[in-house]
Ligand binder design. Structure first.
Ligand code: NAD
Ligand code: LMR
Length: 328
């Protein structure tokens, strides 16, 4: 059996936390041979801490063989101590009538504090996934607040969008979702994202040729994937939780254990590829190997795609400008 690794999860008593922790503890994220110590962070509020106690009781009651320890925290400086993986789920959701700028500022403060804490106490190799919205900009803020860590340790979750796109394509083509390869979602985790199946294949056959319907792409597929989060909120009265937790598991598992050459989508700090300015936290097609991700290079960007990529980039640039004052 391997030595245990430390996994910090914020917002641990929330809905995504509830769908996530049991799967991490059962080995679905890091492998069935990898013991984990969970370091759970919630706000100091009594209700949240009590709810966290309840979740911990349930984790204990599962008697997971791989669960080597559970800690409850209310301060990121202790929650992130020596952590090898950090899943930053907790953030303030948008309230009625709240402007996006206000949300960015409130969450900006949270992710500055958490970035600083990671910088101070986490493992130098910590892998950080930001799930809390606005995920890309929160990840950017955390990265910029952690100058002693490698910026490439910070990522944002686009995997839910990737999985949503795959599922729509499987339904349209009548093929198995597991056979879809070379799919990606460019840009921001927001309705501006660009889900792109131009390179996708199913058993080696081009998805674009199979579908052969540009109007479906533009008028059905892109809006369905882009607005799926809102559709779930409208239907459930709550935002997606199990599917978001599932995507977080997929993202971390693939990053840690590799993709065997398969493309996945991760929000990562741009290295300038495809004309995306350096450091913008952007959804790219990547492959993962030996605990590192690599952007898939050399893809042709046609006029329609360039327009869509520029559109989602503009939104991210606007968000980045909106938080610049917080970062000094
Ligand atoms: P939730 O409200 O059920 O839970 C959030 C939890 O975070 C709460 O328990 C809250 O107390 C805690 N929290 C708030 N601020 C915190 C802080 N500073 N430190 C630690 N904990 C903190 O929300 P949820 O449904 O679990 O969603 C969490 C976030 O994930 C939201 O921002 C949501 O919009 C986002 N989300 C992202 C994606 C994605 O694809 N990136 C998908 C779904 C949801
Ligand atoms: C989602 O995509 O399901 C979440 O980000 C929730 C939202 O606000 O869209």
């Amino acid at each position: 059996m391997k030595a245990p690794v430390r996994v910090a999860v914020t917002g641990a008593a929330g809905q995504i936390g509830y769908a996530l922790l049991f799967r991490i503890a059962s080995g679905e994220m890091l492998g069935k041979d990898q013991p984990v110590i969970l370091q759970l962070l919630e706000i100091p509020d009594e209700r949240a801490q009590n709810a966290l106690k309840g979740v911990i009781m349930e984790l204990e009651d599962c008697a997971f063989p791989l669960l080597a320890g559970i800690e409850a925290h209310s301060d990121p400086m202790t929650a992130f101590k020596d952590t090898d993986y950090a899943l930053l789920v907790g953030s303030r959701p948008r309230g009625p009538g709240m402007e996006r700028a206000e949300l960015l500022s409130i969450n900006g403060a949270i992710f500055i504090g958490q970035g600083k804490a990671l910088n101070a106490v986490a493992s130098r190799d910590v892998k950080v996934l930001v799930v809390g919205n606005p995920a890309n900009t929160n990840a950017y803020i955390a990265m910029k607040s952690a100058p002693d860590l490698n910026p490439n340790n910070f990522t944002a979750m686009l995997r839910l969008d990737h999985n949503r796109a795959a599922s729509q394509i499987a339904a349209k083509t009548g093929k198995a979702v597991a056979d879809i390869e070379k799919l990606t979602v460019w840009g921001n985790h927001s309705p501006s994202m660009y889900a792109d199946y131009r390179f996708a294949t199913i058993n080696g056959e081009s998805v674009k040729s199979m579908i052969n319907d540009e109007a479906w792409n533009r008028d059905v597929f892109l809006p369905t994937v882009g607005k799926r989060g809102a559709a779930i909120i409208a239907a459930r009265g709550l935002s997606s939780a199990a599917s978001a937790a599932n995507a977080a598991i997929d993202h971390m598992r693939d990053w840690a254990l590799g993709t065997n050459g398969k493309w996945v989508t991760m929000g990562i700090p741009s290295d300038g590829s495809y004309g995306i300015p350096k450091d913008v936290m952007f959804g790219f097609p990547v492959t993962c190997e030996n605990g590192e991700y690599k952007i898939v290079q050399g893809l042709e960007i046609d006029e329609f795609s360039r327009e869509r990529i520029n559109f989602t980039l503009a939104e991210l640039e606007e968000e980045r400008a909106g938080v610049a004052h917080l970062l000094g």
